[in-house]
Design a protein around this ligand. Structure first.
Ligand SMILES: [Fe+2]
Length: 251
């Protein structure tokens, strides 16, 4: 069975790292290691073999633990050229190009055969938000990437690179004050244990994430383009996305 262990870093950036491992073979892979210590402790406790390291992008907080883990376990940092890594005979991790937050950002699909079970999104898609474009990013690319990810099935589970959900939801609430799903999500998040993550699906995200809700009237009004048709075309949605990202940057 494939398992996912979540590591919350308790730092100002509120990073998440993930260990994905097969309980039959005890083979494990780490995604975006921030603090290597709890990851090493867990690997030892479960007697796992670390097979490789995935990084969504090169920002320091997503690669911070690489060298310590490489040094201790003698495992490779997996490159985009690998295309996909088999976890066992049924499950795999597939590299997906997701430019926007940075130009060479990648995300990872966890697949069983052709079915995508989960998305490790790094700093592309967050719970109720998207990544910023401050450190070498491009907002139009981020829009195009977000639109592609939005087409994944609703039951795909999201594992983001940071816990920014509370502020993201408060921004979402500001955009859509009448959206009751956001009220419910806020209640859930306030009661949740950050250490455990949320494991929201993309279906849930589509109910509360303003960047996935560009065709709603409230979002259009928030972006001060309320005279535009609700039945909007791709370039209008792109402009809305850019405006919304800018509003969030200054919120
Ligand atoms: Fe980043």
């Amino acid at each position: 069975m494939i398992q996912v262990k979540i590591f919350y870093a308790h730092n100002d950036l509120r990073n998440f790292s993930y260990l994905i491992w097969d309980s039959t073979t005890a083979h494990a892979w780490v995604i975006d290691p921030f603090d290597e210590k709890p990851i090493i402790d867990y690997i030892k406790k479960e007697s796992l073999t670390l097979m490789g390291i995935f990084n969504t992008h090169q920002h320091w907080d997503h690669i911070r633990g690489n060298s310590a883990l490489q040094g201790l376990f003698n495992c490779p940092v997996l490159s985009r050229n690998e295309n996909q890594i088999e976890l066992n005979s049924q499950h795999l991790i597939k590299f997906i190009d997701t430019p926007g937050h940075t130009s060479d950002h990648v995300a990872f699909y966890w697949q069983k055969g052709q079915d995508v079970l989960a998305l490790f999104s790094g700093d592309t898609l967050f719970n109720s938000g998207v990544g910023n474009c401050h450190g070498g990013g491009n907002v139009v690319s981020l829009f195009e990437t977000t639109n592609r990810l939005k087409k994944l099935p609703d039951n795909v589970v999201l594992y983001p690179g940071h816990d920014y959900v509370l502020k993201n939801l408060l921004f979402a609430k500001d955009c859509e004050p009448e959206n009751k799903e956001i009220d419910e999500a806020l209640k859930m998040v306030k009661a949740a244990d950050t250490e455990q993550g949320l494991q929201w699906t993309l279906g849930q995200e589509k109910k509360v994430n303003p960047f996935l809700r560009l065709n709603t009237r409230e979002i259009q009004e928030k972006a001060m383009v309320h005279k535009m048709s609700i039945d909007s075309g791709p370039s209008i949605e792109r402009n809305l996305f850019i405006k919304l990202r800018s509003l969030r940057d200054n919120w």
